[in-house]
Design a protein around this ligand. Structure first.
Ligand SMILES: Nc1ncnc2[nH]cnc12
Ligand SMILES: [Zn+2]
Length: 337
């Protein structure tokens, strides 16, 4: 097992499902609260951590949106993203596609430009200092209406060459993909990639809608695809990637027991599954912790993790040439281990 943990630690990988707001560690939350004179509803870091016990997605989201209140300036967004890039770099993440939730900031009066400029400064720094590649995916909050998503897309107009795609997150059940069909169609027309959280808490019909109506390029989570054999076959044949987040699933009680996580089954069924951290500051682990959990609880072996790391590059939105270069790095690592 020790050898496998070492193998995972240095395995070259991409992370494709990471909410930058979900990487806000309690320590940084307190630092930013002090810097911006924001009063937090918690006396100290320990009590924040103690509050991170969730029975479902909504309980998490309530506390996650509250956490964003400390983010006010470009510098805050830059510091937040840099903290994640340094941490991901330690996990040997070579490429990261990060989500951000502009509406959680614009709704509290923070200008869209402040969010973008802060994140873009961090992306430039991570690329230069750490040699990482980074892409940004702008998510629409699905508990808000489609008009608000359209307004967000309009705000993003000056930055569209720096945004790779759009996504759909927040409260899934009751907010089906079809609610956002027009804004996704417009995003597609603008040349953006499309992803959506689907089949996390919602049943497999949410995944089917996201594929049929939104025409997504990648499925975020998708763990409930096991409920629909036809959909699984379709996902396997089309090689669409699933960005699965095991520790998140456990924390949000989407999967009651990690020992029964569907990822190994989906991998054997030939689906392009990847392992990701989702909101690592809230769910108790960064990407390598998620890989390790699958080793420990599901008995995945080195060859499985190589396949998953390979999937992470193949499922990315990088150009083919860059993917090929990363796969070479991966092959060399495997040969040398
Ligand atoms: N796991 C998740 N599901 C839906 N929306 C989210 N926003 C941040 N994390 C999320
Ligand atoms: Zn997510």
């Amino acid at each position: 097992m020790n050898n496998l943990i070492k193998f995972i630690a240095a395995l070259p990988k991409a992370e494709l499902h990471l909410h930058i707001e979900g990487s806000l560690e309690p320590e940084l939350m307190f630092e930013l609260a002090k810097r911006n004179k924001v009063t937090l509803p918690f006396p100290d870091v320990e009590s924040v951590k103690a509050a991170y016990n969730f029975n479902n997605l909504q309980e998490f989201l309530d506390i996650y949106y509250q956490g964003t209140n400390v983010l006010k300036t470009e510098e805050d967004f830059c510091d937040l993203a840099m903290a994640y890039f340094y941490r991901a770099h330690r996990d040997n993440v070579l490429h990261s596609e990060i989500f951000f939730d502009p509406q959680s900031h614009t709704e509290r009066g923070i200008p869209f430009n402040v969010v973008m400029n802060g994140l873009l400064a961090a992306v430039t720094k991570a690329e230069a200092e750490l040699g990482m590649s980074v892409q940004l995916i702008m998510c629409f909050l699905r508990h808000l209406d489609e008009e608000s998503a359209f307004a967000t897309l309009r705000m993003a107009e000056p930055f569209l060459d720096k945004i790779t795609g759009v996504g759909l997150d927040s409260s899934e059940v009751g907010n089906p993909p079809s609610k956002f069909r027009h804004v996704f169609a417009e995003a597609r027309q603008k040349g953006l990639k499309l992803v959506a959280h689907a089949g996390e808490e919602g049943d497999a019909s949410y995944i089917k809608e996201a594929l049929d109506i939104l025409n997504i390029d990648r499925i975020d989570h998708g763990n409930r695809i096991t409920e629909d054999r036809l959909l699984m076959t379709r996902a396997a044949r089309s090689a669409i990637a699933l960005t699965i987040c095991p520790l998140s699933n456990q924390k949000l009680q989407v999967v009651p027991d990690l020992r029964n996580h569907p990822l190994p089954y989906l991998l054997r069924q030939g689906l392009r599954v990847t392992i990701n951290s989702d909101d690592p500051a809230y769910f108790g682990g960064y990407v390598n912790d998620n890989y390790k959990a699958l080793a420990e609880y599901c008995g995945l072996k080195a060859a499985d993790f190589v396949e998953i790391a390979r999937n992470s590059f193949l499922g990315s939105f990088l150009p083919d040439q860059t993917v090929a270069a990363y796969l070479d790095v991966l092959d060399k690592y495997v040969d040398s281990f």
